[in-house]
Write a protein that binds this ligand. Structure first.
Ligand code: DX5
Ligand code: ZN
Length: 218
């Protein structure tokens, strides 16, 4: 079992004060910073690009967990690596060649992750297990923060846990994570939890307590 990682999603932060927000969640006990990159094409929302990741890099020493919701992803892998991503996760559907894209991420010297949408089966990662450091199980449809947790993610986490066995691959869950849902996915084998609205609710004075509550739930 890997030590539990809490990765707040800055999608729920105040975008006008992102540098301060990143510093605040680091001080509040976050382990990684989860960065949701959306292109308005693969998902119905547009967020941030490599320039913002690069600007944030000076504000924290925490690893940047960059979740790309863009297709095609290949033309932008280098830019996010250069901007300071530590791990780059791509969707199975962001292809056309998942294996090649993962090789490219590793070739850039970064950790590689594969993201499974709610309807994407666990078996999609079976033939790329040697190329990944993390599997990200979406427990909402990607595109927006604040959505309700989709319970079928719990069984998918358990299935992945068995498939991964002793390999050094983290299982991350993203979407609708709060202390209660954290407990469900952690019991199934998740070791890395993304949370947006549950971390940022109430403003900076509440970040530490919000993160602690998710950690305690898991
Ligand atoms: C959704 C993003 C998530 C989202 C999580 O597409 O990948 O990271 O920000 O937000 P909450 O925790 O509010 O569901
Ligand atoms: Zn995400």
């Amino acid at each position: 079992m890997h030590p539990l990682v809490i990765a707040p999603s800055i999608l729920s932060a105040d975008f006008a004060r992102l540098g301060e927000e990143v510093r605040a969640i680091e001080a509040a006990g976050a382990d990684w910073i989860h960065v949701d990159v959306m292109d308005g094409h693969f998902v119905p929302n547009i967020t941030i690009g490599p320039a913002v990741v690069a600007a944030l890099r000076a504000h924290t020493k925490l690893p940047f967990d960059v979740h790309l919701m863009i297709a095609p992803c290949d033309p932008y892998l280098g830019a996010f690596a250069e901007a300071g991503a530590d791990l780059i996760a791509i969707h199975v559907e962001a292809g056309p060649h998942l294996h090649r894209s993962l090789q490219a991420i590793r070739g850039l010297g970064k950790k590689a992750g594969v993201v499974l949408n709610p309807a994407t089966p666990a078996a999609s990662v079976k033939h790329v297990l040697d190329l990944i450091d993390l599997v990200l199980v979406m427990s909402v449809n990607p595109g927006f923060g604040g959505q309700a947790f989709i319970a079928s993610a719990v069984d998918k986490v358990a299935e992945l846990k068995t498939m991964i066995g002793e390999r050094p691959i983290r299982i991350e869950v993203d979407g609708g994570i709060n202390p209660e849902t954290a407990a469900l996915v952690a019991a199934a084998g998740a070791d890395t939890l993304v949370a947006g609205s549950a971390v940022f609710k109430g403003g900076p004075d509440h970040y530490a307590a919000n993160i602690s509550a998710i950690r305690a739930g898991a």
